[in-house]
Ligand binder design. Structure first.
Ligand SMILES: [Zn+2]
Length: 641
């Protein structure tokens, strides 16, 4: 999912060079299940406005013991985030020619909460399962609900059970849905037939089903992004909470069309049959961006197409998720290419999966015209400054943030700079910028990371498949573009502790990170949206609208004064706290030897803290280093006219 600094991603398919179209031909028999026949799945979405989906499965079975499992490790979430707590209303009954149909007792595994045991009686050939998914917590990995009064997001992993031990490529589903009256939908699934609000899809593997979410809404707009006659087809399906929020400016339409063209020029191949940009615009639903082979499920604020600040914040969301079709879905770290959703994932290479995607997503945002180069530089300066104040890098290498995704993802902001968060996204971005700038320097501008993308992610166009890779594969591919000690550089960047962020890419690019009292426009837009104030680079804390410290940076003036996250700021130099009052105090302290006095509430006690700081407001920007080539501007240039 992606709200910058709160962000990102995605979804799955199965590993090892198996093309999707092959999977349905397999006739595998696991204990108690007949995999040669498709599981019928119907999802009644008419209760979506009150955030509950009703599913009914008809599973071909044989008599005997059977274990069904609920997807646990969710691709793109990279962690065991399958919403098992939201799975409710489970009822089973066996069907057959001998008049069966009585309720069948099931039992949850005492250790594995995602597994359900049942005994299929003699004479039964079908198990019918009813279940409900409560969707008040987004099943795509975001924070909000999956549906509102006017729109919904269906991630099929929330409404399926499948035989334990089966590979997801080998299980076939015949899915269908009933939508709320008059809602329209978008999905990468192939529609077999549609009749009023009932839609049936062509049978598909469980892999493809879970990789193909569906969005729907009362306010829906289909936008063609492909020129007439071109293949594969690219479509943007937009749903919003109001008709007004669907309005896309002509320049944005042009930019999204250019985004498609730029990815073609960058990668040189497409690994999908058609592509759907599923775009939800809502202040209620979302907070996510989830990548798939043939679609992306992205959600931004309701007025993103109308408001300049929101546009600035979310501009790289769709490019990021789109780039994942190549980096993450087609080429995938071996540890994330698992055969089904119960196998644990290993996230060590997420600094490639997410970090390179973060880098490419921001580049593509500029190359397509969604960001100006100046906006890109403000966003990059914001990222660089935030990471340069990550004191946790002193004890925690970047790779450990990737390996720890399953424990870091849902942590709050308290002590974030010391604990570190999902830093493999933004710090990965800085590392890949350094790699790109280094290739350009080493080859005197003859080669770049574009060449790496073409060789590593390109290949032959065709339907989705997964080609896993290792660290050594990355190093080998980089050396084919430009010989260098890539192994040494990358192992240092991801495996070693350090005091400062890797800013070599900015510096090799001909720019440097500086601070001034002028607001960073990207940071300012996020502060406005999330309703907080960021004094990280001056006093050393961020503070919510109601005065609560969300984080205090270890080693900062505020930290030295004894402040910590969770405390509440009441007054600054005797005057009630507000952002303007704090900015005025910072300015006054520049001409004074007196500390800034902060009146703070902590666990029912109130105390004054003296902060010895006289540097004024500090906001990050990039400044040109005039005697060096401007590689940073070069790499932002579009590859297409
Ligand atoms: Zn991502």
């Amino acid at each position: 999912m992606l709200l910058r600094r709160l962000i990102c991603c995605a979804r799955f398919c199965f590993g090892c060079f198996i093309v999707w179209s092959m999977v349905c031909l397999l006739t595998v028999s696991l204990q108690g299940v007949v995999l040669a026949q498709a599981i019928q799945l119907h999802v009644d979405l008419t209760d979506a406005p009150r955030n509950i989906y009703h599913a009914h499965l008809r599973i071909p079975v044989k008599p005997g013991a059977l274990t069904l499992v609920f997807p646990k490790w969710i691709p793109g979430n990279h962690r065991p985030s399958g919403p098992i707590g939201a799975l409710t209303g489970i009822k089973m009954q066996a069907m057959g020619q001998q008049g069966l149909g009585q309720p069948l007792a099931w039992e949850r595994d005492p250790v594995d909460m995602y597994a359900f045991h049942v005994t299929v009686p003699a004479g039964a050939d079908e198990l019918q399962v009813s279940l409900d998914a409560i969707t008040t917590q987004d099943s795509a990995g975001g924070g909000g609900p999956a549906a509102s009064s006017n729109l919904l997001d269906l991630n099929w992993n929330a409404v399926v059970l499948y035989p334990q031990g089966a590979k997801s490529d080998a299980v076939e589903f015949a899915p269908s849905v009933t939508l709320p009256a008059n809602w329209k939908f978008g999905t990468a699934l192939t529609v077999a037939r549609a009749n009023a609000d009932k839609v049936e899809f062509a049978p598909t593997s469980l892999t493809t089903l879970i990789d193909s979410p569906l969005i729907a809404g009362l306010f829906y707009r289909r936008i063609e992004l492909t020129k007439p006659g071109e293949t594969p087809v690219h479509v943007m399906d937009v749903v919003a909470d109001s008709a007004a929020e669907l309005a896309m400016k002509p320049e944005d339409l042009t930019a999204y069309q250019k985004l498609v063209a730029e990815t073609g020029a960058l990668f040189g191949a497409r690994h999908y049959r058609q592509y759907h940009f599923l775009y939800t615009l809502s202040d209620v639903v979302g907070g996510h961006g989830l990548e798939h082979h043939e679609s992306n499920d992205s959600a931004a604020a309701g007025r993103t197409l109308l408001d300049d600040d929101l546009h600035l914040i979310f501009a790289d969301l769709v490019p990021h998720e789109f780039a994942h079709s190549w980096n993450g879905k087609y080429r995938r770290p071996a540890g994330l290419a698992t055969p089904n959703y119960q196998e644990p994932m290993v996230g060590d290479l997420l600094w490639v999966y997410e970090g390179l995607t973060e880098y490419l997503g921001t580049l593509l945002a500029v190359r397509s015209g969604l960001w100006s180069p100046a906006q890109y530089r403000e966003a990059l300066a914001h990222t660089a400054a935030e990471l340069d104040h990550r004191t946790g890098r002193n004890w925690r290498p970047l790779e450990d943030t990737a390996r720890s995704v399953q424990i870091l993802r849902m942590m709050g902001p308290q002590w974030q700079s010391w604990r570190r968060g999902l830093d493999y996204y933004p710090e990965g971005q800085l590392i890949w910028l350094e790699v790109d700038a280094t290739i350009r320097q080493q080859t005197h501008g003859q080669r770049s990371l574009n060449d790496f993308c073409r060789s590593f992610h390109g290949g032959e166009s065709g339907p989705p498949k997964v080609v896993p890779y290792t660290f050594d594969d990355i190093v080998r591919a980089l050396n084919e573009v430009a010989p260098y000690d890539w192994s040494g550089l990358l192992r240092e960047r991801v495996g070693a502790t350090a005091t400062h962020a890797p800013l070599g890419g900015i510096e090799r690019g001909g720019w440097k990170l500086v601070y001034s009292d002028q607001p960073n426009l990207h940071a300012q837009a996020i502060e406005k949206l999330v309703k907080f104030s960021d004094f990280s680079y001056s006093l050393g804390f961020s503070v919510s609208e109601n005065g609560e410290f969300s984080d205090v940076i270890v080693g900062s003036p505020a930290h030295a004064a004894g402040l910590g996250p969770g405390m509440k700021l009441i007054a600054v130099n005797g005057r009630k706290y507000s952002p303007p009052v704090m900015h005025a105090a910072l300015k006054a302290a520049q001409a004074s030897a007196d500390p800034i006095e902060l009146l703070v509430e902590n666990a029912q006690y109130i105390k004054t803290y003296s902060v010895a700081y006289h540097g004024g407001d500090q906001n990050p920007h990039l400044e040109r280093v005039s005697d060096q080539p401007d590689l940073l501007s070069d790499l932002l240039k579009p590859l297409t006219k």
